[in-house]
Design a protein around this ligand. Structure first.
Ligand SMILES: [Zn+2]
Ligand SMILES: [Zn+2]
Length: 285
């Protein structure tokens, strides 16, 4: 066992002792040995630190023993063998990362918690298994410029940032799949209303917001709900709008951003089981 492994074990044990647990490294039970074992009344935890590879199958086998013993085992891997798998309630697997001589635990890239925070929250109910990723009721609107090809007038169009869950996962609203249709969420009346309020607010006279309505597109051969020039009514086809949005991801195309709260985003919740760490927010579902 290398020095890093021993250091991680000791840190975990010390954190658990400070939380009022009885805790020991290299604790032996009946048919198992835990890197760090901790107990407080009926609550029993094992923390396993895997810096050397261990297959997913082997991890499951060892986990089955802990479950049989009524111990909640938590696995901290340097190289997480469950990377591409769905997260499981009966197999908490996370990634341990050393950075600038401090230890962190990554929750599938959603969050990176200092080891002390992670252990505390894991044993004190700050981390819970949820079956659904639920967006927090907040929308971020980004404005970009859109010059009109027909009359040359500079218009402003907008797009929505990906929604975020309380545990910091990105939830995409799949806008690209709704191109050339009337069902784009950014044109939902609850969104449009807030955007119009914003650009008509005090000090926002420089906005020339493109108008939103159904227009006929020669390219598509059909009509759809679209942005169009506020001055000459030419359609800004979804293909060009999409390109302009993509370009703004790389450059400094976004001229202004604002955020507002709405429950409208709830329809974008997704059945994605995960270990949820919402911090000050509410858990997903
Ligand atoms: Zn125009
Ligand atoms: Zn969550």
């Amino acid at each position: 066992m290398g020095p890093l492994h021993i250091r991680i074990q000791n840190e975990i044990r010390d954190i658990l002792l400070a939380l009022g647990f009885n805790s020991e490294c290299e604790y032996r039970g009946n048919g198992w040995r835990a890197d760090v074992y901790a107990e407080n009344g009926d609550r029993k935890f094992a923390f396993e630190v895997q810096l050397s590879p261990q297959t997913y199958k082997r991890t499951e086998e060892r986990q089955a023993i802990y479950i049989r013993e009524g111990i909640i085992a938590c696995w901290l891997f340097e190289n997480d063998p469950s990377k591409r798998r769905q997260e499981k309630e009966d197999l908490p697997v996370f990634k341990i990362v050393e950075c600038d001589n401090s230890l962190y635990v990554s929750l599938k890239g959603r969050k990176m918690l200092p080891l002390g925070v992670f252990i505390h929250d894991f044993v004190c109910g700050g981390i819970k298994f949820c079956s659904t990723l639920k967006p927090i009721p907040s929308v971020e609107v980004n404005f970009i410029e859109m010059p009109c090809n027909r009359c040359g007038s500079i218009n402003h169009i907008y797009f929505l940032s990906p929604f975020k869950s309380a545990c910091n996962a990105e939830i995409s609203e799949m806008e690209a799949e709704r191109m050339w249709s009337d069902s784009k969420f950014s044109f939902d009346k609850r969104i449009v209303e807030k955007v119009e309020q914003y650009v008509n607010g005090p000090g926002k006279e420089y906005f020339n917001l493109a108008t939103i309505k159904r227009r006929y597109s020669n390219t598509v051969g059909d009509s759809y709900l679209s942005f169009g020039c506020a001055d000459c009514d030419a359609i800004f086809g979804d293909f060009f709008v999409h390109e302009a949005i993509m370009e703004s991801y790389y450059g400094d195309g976004v001229i202004e951003t604002f955020t507002f709260n709405t429950n409208a985003v709830e329809e974008f919740k997704q059945e994605i089981p995960h270990w949820c760490h919402p911090g000050d927010n509410n858990f997903c579902e």
